[in-house]
Design a protein around this ligand. Structure first.
Ligand code: BGC
Length: 708
């Protein structure tokens, strides 16, 4: 977001004309879901600054109403377009952020952003509450599916890419959320306190936000929780001093749902509602989501001289900046035709991304299938459940749970439909096998086993469901729920080859299911085309290339198990669980193999501000062409504060033909090797750094870099 000096002058002029009521009206965001209709009507008539969760024509009606107000300031319409314009039935539903991150393909993620922006714009809306830049490090948390995984560098790269995609054509504003530390609440419990230092915030949680702000994000959303006991809504240091002053964020900050009201009712951080309103503005919140009494309280306090008019003017300036930058005042503002929603071009972007988002976790050689099976048994609770496949934040889950007979209007493929489509010459039989949440009786399992026995291969689709993911749906136990493990054991006992597909919102403890499988594909929440692309992968129509953006534990109690931890004295192993993760961050198989050799640095010595190029030869040693993701990590051998043993600092994705060798080159900005010192300052400490490159954490080759 950038506005000219001329626009700033225009805003100054407007601010001088606006009444206190008009200014504070701009700072109020309203949703119709949680109010009595008269509250919604009141704000519609007086011209609230923003509305959320209003779709299509309804937005146009509210817009027309705002035209009748004295200042005629257009509202900005926000929507949770989290993976596509996903609350709108008929729009393209992309893989979840977690799934998209498996692609390690920022260009495709940028395209996902721009397609979403087009569909949201065509629906008459201006603002997406996305991307989620929280890190999925405590995977008990219910919203891990919304993240780009556990790593600040990868999440920052993806966050930057999708933000560019949203904002580049000026169609919609992005909203970076949830600022900050929300994913790391104690015990993985949604919206609880995050007990971390500001040093840790700067080291781990801030970098993705910093990058996405620099990429042009127009808005930021304040998290529900607190950092070391300070409610985020009142965290002046993080909101005002760091985000706005230090990083230079010029857009506006919106609270999350009822944050201001919750300061008193839930967090008990203020005794009176008025205090919450005043302190929230002083801390740096510019717009109040839903706490609609904000409006009257802020006016009263501003008129009584208790709430600074200067801060109100600053907040309104920020909001107007975004409105001008989006062209909302322009009567000819670009609105794409509704036909772009779900258009073939958009579906094509989805297809590419979905293919690259699948991760092959295991393969004993069965994949790709060498012969066409005569009979395929598709078994499992998630084989034909599009709600589970979509995951959270679609028209199924929000604003309110949709009726049981609600069907997607777009073309969507569960795994069952995908298999029937791709293996059209095979006979495909299906049984659910077991439930995920409810009791499963023996006959359901028996039916699945009988079908498996009658088939040449079994495709087992297991995982989790909507009820096990989302806000406030944290899990203490990440074992496969219901009788899924038993189902997998019994399928394996049939002696038929078992290809397991995981349709889930987060890493689950799948060790036992893996033992009972010949191949395992992680699909996460794959959106419209998840099931089709899984079937295409099984048939060998493309070579899988995805790698995990998040680690998989062997047991729930190993969490957190993210890779970039500091080293401990005793190796960090539990005496009662096999050492290490089941699958590491950055892991994923291909139908071919890649070998790495000759890692070199363009310079053995470097200093702050330099860029060193890291190069390595990668050979496709198999007989199928494919993509390889080369991962670059570093280790600061000795540092004044603890630093991770391995930290991602770059990657590249290359297409390499069978038998061919390609030289990969990854630029490394030496400043990326900085640490946050004991005083909270960003410092590049001189010394030796190990620069490691390879296809996975388990197979890295090292070159030494001396930082002077
Ligand atoms: C969520 C946000 C979301 C907002 C508006 C909140 O409950 O935490 O991520 O953008 O609702 O729907």
């Amino acid at each position: 977001m950038k506005v000219s000096q001329e626009t700033e002058n225009k805003i100054t002029e407007m601010l001088s004309e606006m009444t206190v009521e008009e200014k504070i009206g701009q700072m109020q965001q309203i949703s119709y879901e949680s109010y009595r209709p008269e509250v919604f009507e009141r704000f519609r008539a007086l011209g609230a600054g923003s509305f959320l969760h209003v779709l299509g024509e309804e937005a146009d009606e509210i817009r027309a109403e705002a035209k009748k107000t004295r200042m005629q300031i257009p509202p900005i319409f926000g929507i949770d377009a989290i993976h596509g314009h996903s609350l709108c039935n008929g729009a393209v539903i992309f893989p979840s952020q977690l799934s998209a991150a498996c692609s390690w393909n920022p260009s495709l993620v940028e395209e996902m952003g721009s397609v979403t922006a087009r569909e949201v714009n065509a629906d008459g809306l201006d603002w997406v509450f996305s991307p989620v830049l929280c890190l999925g490090r405590d995977t008990r948390w219910g919203r891990v599916d919304e993240t780009f995984g556990e790593d600040p560098y990868l999440a920052g790269t993806m966050g930057e890419a999708i933000t560019k995609g949203y904002e580049k054509d000026g169609l919609v504003a992005a909203c970076l959320k949830h600022y900050i530390g929300y994913g790391e609440a104690t015990g993985g419990r949604d919206s609880y306190d995050t007990e971390v230092s500001i040093r840790k915030v700067r080291e781990t949680f801030l970098p993705p936000f910093r990058r996405a702000v620099k990429a042009g994000a127009s808005t930021v959303m304040t998290a529900y929780g607190s950092i070391s006991g300070i409610p985020m809504t009142l965290h002046k240091q993080l909101l005002r001093d760091i985000l706005k002053d230090e990083i230079g964020f010029e857009g506006f900050v919106v609270t999350d749902w009822y944050n201001i009201q919750s300061l008193r009712t839930k967090q008990k951080a203020v005794e009176s509602f008025h205090d919450g309103v005043r302190l929230a503005v002083e801390a740096g919140n510019d717009m109040s989501m839903n706490t609609f009494r904000f409006y009257d309280s802020a006016i009263e306090q501003a008129k009584a001289g208790k709430l600074s008019m200067q801060l109100i003017d600053e907040a309104v300036r920020r909001i107007l900046r975004v409105k001008f930058s989006l062209g909302l005042f322009d009567p000819d503002k670009k609105r794409l035709p509704r036909e772009v929603i779900g258009s073939p071009e958009h579906i094509e972007v989805n297809r590419k991304l979905t293919r690259e988002s699948l991760v092959l976790l295991e393969n004993d050689g069965i994949l790709p299938l060498k012969t066409k099976p005569k009979r395929i048994a598709v078994i499992g609770p998630n084989a034909d459940d599009i709600r589970a496949q979509y995951g959270d934040w679609t028209f199924f889950s929000h604003p309110n749970e949709s009726p049981a007979d609600c069907k997607p209007l777009g073309d969507y493929y569960t795994v069952l439909r995908g298999v029937k489509t791709v293996f059209s010459e095979s006979e495909v039989v299906y049984a659910k096998g077991c439930h995920l949440m409810e009791e499963t009786d023996d006959s359901m399992l028996a039916e699945a086993v009988t079908l498996a026995e009658s088939a040449d291969i079994v495709i087992a689709v297991i995982g989790d469901c909507l009820k096990q993911n989302g806000e406030g749906k944290d899990r203490a136990n990440l074992e496969l729920s219901g009788r899924q493990n038993e189902l997998m054991r019994r399928l394996k006992q049939t002696g038929k080859p078992v290809i397991t597909v995981l349709v889930n919102g987060k890493p689950l403890c799948i060790g036992e299911a893996v033992k009972n499988s010949d191949a395992v594909i992680e699909a996460f929440n794959g959106g419209d085309l998840g099931g089709l692309c899984v079937a295409e992968l099984i048939a060998g129509k493309f070579n899988p290339s995805g790698k995990l953006p998040i680690s998989f534990p062997r047991s729930s109690a190993q969490i957190p198990c993210y890779y970039n931890q500091y080293s401990g004295w005793h190796g960090g192993k539990y005496m009662d669980v096999e050492e290490g993760n089941l699958y590491d961050f950055g892991y994923g198989l291909s139908f071919t193999n890649f070998s790495y050799s000759n890692p070199t640095l363009s310079s053995a010595k470097a200093k702050a501000g330099d860029t060193v190029t890291v190069s390595v030869d990668i050979t496709n040693t198999g007989n199928i062409d494919g993509y390889e993701i080369a991962e670059l990590y570093y280790n600061d051998r000795f540092s004044s504060v603890l630093t991770p043993e391995k930290q991602l600092c770059g990657f590249t994705k290359l297409w390499i033909k069978a038998g061919e060798t390609v030289r990969a080159e990854i630029p490394l900005a030496v400043d990326e090797l900085s640490l946050i010192d004991a005083e909270g300052k960003t410092v590049l400490e001189p010394g030796v750094f190990d620069i490691m490159i390879g296809g996975s954490l388990a197979s890295l080759q090292t070159a030494e870099l001396i930082v002077e």
